[in-house]
Ligand binder design. Structure first.
Ligand SMILES: Cc1cc2nc3c(=O)[nH]c(=O)nc-3n(C[C@H](O)[C@H](O)[C@H](O)COP(=O)(O)OP(=O)(O)OC[C@H]3O[C@@H](n4cnc5c(N)ncnc54)[C@H](O)[C@@H]3O)c2cc1C
Ligand code: FES
Length: 291
């Protein structure tokens, strides 16, 4: 289990104004809101719960991962960026929001990614599972610091991003990742961009290329559950440490309702339910019971 300090009772809760809401790709948008309280505390892999202020439909908040923190002219964290795929009620309505409209937000929530000593970070994302990885890559490569007690960058670190989507229309934020210094490898199910096939093919290739340097590699993964299960198995066989960020549906986001539980193995070989919102969403891939 990763150990970044975050407790739901320390979460900030309030209304924030939308600064920007721009389309990045098919059905995919980046919303930016001003919230220095959140911006200075949130770390890669953490998330916020979001509601549309003053609206009761949908009633429950929805979890969205940190995409990035925007600094003001003095270098002070000011805005928070989230990237979302239009799935249902909240994201559908949010896609029509314009600057000045209000959102209700609480966070930062969850544990976030553990900082790792690995020299080579391999990020594997399926679809909208890419959202937690921009901030992680920037932190890893020493481009930006996140959180109140800044975590160390990986000196001389290298980041490869294996990113798979259904088709090229859904590829979002490629320029953000390139500007951050990330090596990008893309796959699409229909072959319209990059490798024609699964994102796990890209990971396989990456692990083969690094066959003699696996001790220096670490993998992080987020996306559809079958893909995360496959990545967990591949990294287990390759003996490369892997963290997965689960996207379990959530109702409260703060540990009260138990709607977000996942089966996680314990050290004694048994398993128990863990709340993804407070004990996750990031788990050691070997501990998650995907079957
Ligand atoms: C920690 C965490 C971080 C997340 N980060 C992001 C993010 O950065 N960007 C993003 O776009 N989404 C993210 N999600 C997923 C997002 O919260 C859901 O897709 C959310 O339900 C969308 O709300 P909605 O009201 O638009 O759709 P809803 O009306 O809630 O749901 C639409 C459809 O999606 C299904 N559904 C809901 N949640 C999930 C899920 N987790 N997995 C599979 N199917 C689901 C529902 O059953 C329904 O069929 C994250 C989820 C978690 C737990
Ligand atoms: S969402 Fe309520 S306990 Fe996790």
């Amino acid at each position: 289990m990763t150990a970044a300090a975050c407790y739901a009772d320390r979460a900030w809760h309030g209304a924030v104004a939308v600064v920007e809401n721009v389309r990045l790709a098919r059905d995919t948008y980046r919303v930016r809101f001003e919230c220095p309280e959140l911006a200075r505390r949130i770390v890669p892999g953490q998330f916020v719960m979001l509601r549309l202020a003053g609206q009761n439909d949908p009633l429950l908040g929805r979890p969205l991962a940190l995409y990035d923190v925007v600094l003001d002219a003095d270098g002070t964290p000011r805005d928070v960026d989230l990237v979302y795929l239009v799935m249902g009620k909240l994201t559908g309505k949010l896609s029509h929001f314009v600057p000045g409209q209000l959102l209700e937000v609480w966070g930062p929530l969850g544990n976030g990614f553990a900082p790792r000593a690995a020299e080579h970070l391999i990020m594997v994302a399926g679809g909208i599972g890419q959202t937690p990885f921009l901030a992680l890559a920037k932190e890893y490569l020493g481009r930006q610091r996140y959180g109140e007690s800044a975590r160390p960058a990986a000196p001389g670190g290298r980041v490869t991003f294996c990113y798979g989507t259904r088709s090229r229309d859904y590829l979002a934020g490629l320029d953000d990742f390139k500007q951050a210094g990330v090596e990008l490898r893309v796959s699409t199910d229909d072959g319209s961009a990059g490798h024609h096939g699964l994102v796990t093919d890209l990971l396989k290739q990456c692990l083969e290329e690094n066959a003699t340097r696996r001790h220096a590699c670490g993998v992080v993964c987020c996306g559809p559950e079958p893909m995360m299960a496959a990545v967990a198995e591949m990294t287990r066989q390759a003996r490369v440490p892997c963290q997965v960020s689960l996207e379990t549906p959530m109702a409260c986001g703060i540990g009260i309702c138990f709607s977000c539980v996942a089966r996680v193995r314990d050290d004694a070989g048994g398993w128990d339910y863990r709340r993804t919102c407070v004990e996750g969403p990031v788990f050691d891939a070997r501990a998650v019971a995907f079957d």
